[in-house]
Ligand binder design. Sequence first.
Ligand code: 26W
Length: 826
Amino acid sequence: MTEPTPLIATPEHTVEGFVREYLRELNFAQGTILERASVNDHYLALARTVRHYLMARWITTTTEHYRRQPKAVAYLSAEYLLGRQLDNALVAADLEDIAAEALASLGIDLADLREAEVEPGLGNGGLGRLAACFIDSLATMSVPAIGYGIRYEYGIFRQTFVDGRQVEKPDEWLVGGAPWEFAHPEHEVTVGFGGHTERYVDGEGDDAVERTRWVPGWKVLGVPYNYMVPGYRNGRVNTLRLWSSRATHAFDLKIFNHGDYAEAVRSRTFAENISKVLYPEDSTPQGKELRLQQQYFFVACSLRDFINQLLPEDFDLHDLPERICFQLNDTHPVIAVPELMRILVDEEGFDWDEAWEVTRRCFAYTCHTLLPEALEVWPVDVLGRLLPRHLEIIYRINDEFLARVREHSGDDELLVRRMSIIAEHPARSVRMAHLATVAATKVNGVAELHSQLLRDKVLADFARFWPEKFTNVTNGVTPRRFVRLANPGLSGLITEAIGEGWVTDLDRLRDLEPLADDAEFRRRFREVKDANKHRLVDLLARRDGIEIDPGTMLDVMVKRLHEYKRQTLKILHVITLYDRIVSGEVAVEDLVPRTVVFGAKAAPGYVMAKEIIALINHVGAVVGAHPEVSKVLRVAFPANYNVTVAETLVPAADLSEQISLAGKEASGTGNMKFALNGALTIGTDDGANVEIRQLVGDDHFFLFGLTEPEAAAMQEAGYRPSSYYEKNRSLRRALDLVAHGEFSGGNRSTFEPVVSNLLGEDRFMVLADFQSYLDAQERVEAAYRDPDAWSRSAVLNVARSGFFSSDRSMRDYMDRIWHAEVLPPL
Ligand code: 26W
């Protein structure tokens, strides 16, 4: 290939250069002038200006990928919870100061323009945010990687509260204009659905072979939208390619020919619906057919795109495993496995075994859950109707796999039934986790404990069959967004102490350890925390009209609302504190003043989760209205918790609540963000909490609750939650208050479902862990009374959490799974 034509010069890296570029954008792209521009005009001009500074790096990086054809990574994920782009791009391009000064010289405040950006919320929670952290790290580490996903027109819903109850609003994130995306309709890809399969004979005489062809019943187009993924000051910019569905050009020729033009145009929305909306279920699949359409749609587009656009024309697909690893982010993209088989066998003429050998080596699978109800299954009638050829391929994969299982197990039919990709009950369906496990070169969990439980429980049969297949990669978070950008105060303090290398080499935080014993450093650390709390006060006042006192302990629980995460345990603690004050058991003077902050979206169809949200809001209202209690206890529940809110909330927190029932939270990543920002954790021995505690040390972590084996044994023996209610006075009083209508204006039926669920099944053992949690909270209080000891622990949390950088996660994936190359520095 010839050298690429050089790009027109990158704008000058000076205030003057920035101003010039900015005004050009305002004039020529926005079509306005300084005096008349709206905030949105300014924001769009700014975004495009910053983009220009990254363009040369982007083109250089992608050109080099194409020229060198290195072993690369394609991350397949139905979700990317990106958060705002502007701040991240400014930091990556080292433009923060220049931009702020340039704008100031025009009388504009950069902070106001930051606020104008609506974050792309194309994910539900942990899994989507993890994907966003990973692509950031890959870019920063110069790994040739591409993220593939879906450009949902509506991301995760906007949460509002009406009378304390969750009401969902559409997330119209694209309406103001989308300055970070590049549409490429000329690279559209056609995807088939439905129809039937046909056998035919290919070739003649001795060469004749029987082949299958899929004749789809209908087709849609996928249009790629590219996003820059800038590395942190390393001259590299990777690509995130999100697919948007469109009707094909011939889509409705028949209707057009019938003369019903308007009806024909209208019917195009059918195809366009595929990428319309992100499904808001986090962990309980609804089995909606459109969701399977989304999954196949983006995966088919991505494989086609990789093969046609990113490989040279003469590439021999037998060598595909030397060129790419497709990482399956949970089972959502696993339909890529039969799709690649179909391409190789039906379109490329591979024989089955050859195709399987290539396919098997191209995929790796990450599991993100332990809850059985979160494991995706698709009824074969749904899958067969939508993707008839893929179902045939899945059956054959299963037949060959089960033949091997029979061979190795001496026809253990019980084992065969357990391991089968096809479940027979309650309805015949495809177990996507089994398909992923059978196909993948490697299967990983997302924290040590989680990977262990996958091996010992969820996928135990498979782990015995293929022990080498199973590995762990503990999750991580990007220090760029969640420390450098979210916590400028702490970042400055760290850099002053140990230099700036930590931003891309987080293990260097270790060098802070001695400073935990330095009283002056601790004082400055507290100053930063204090300033961060004031930033949060401002945000909540502005955004939610919520007033909080920055002089109190900030006790924070933010994550999706799910029973296994146990927001109810937290609210029962709040109720207990309330009860003790109201009943005169404790004097307000004897309590450490706290503000308990919740942030949580419930899946719109998850009734119990929505009841728990209402309970939290109602308790918050009663607590806040009580003249005595509110002196030392407040509950703040800002609606619509998202990445943007996290960026202000996490740096302000004193106490991080990670209180899931042991054995249920695969990893957690919020837990890492809090520790890195100097909050202390109160938590169970679950997910990555285990590793956080091991690293920061028992003295700097408030552990409570059952361990996973204890919880499992107790369930085995027959768990009776009501026995805790009977034995434990505090618990009884707290539950009685709820049951008797203390938080529902005397109405006893309002929260009856929550109470009876806890007293009846209590699947996640809230009552069993209640006393242990109260005891741990007492230890928190005692520790918080000594600011010097507390901030020493907080500094040690920061210093010892470098392991939780997503850069380290990416290194682990590289070494254990991908074995991709790294591009040389620029
Ligand atoms: C609707 C189907 C469905 C099923 C599962 C949607 C989403 C899921 C995900 C697996 C849920 C999820 O986000 N899991 C979280 O992944 C994080 C990143 O690995 C972990 O830190 C969390 O512990 C895990 O709950």
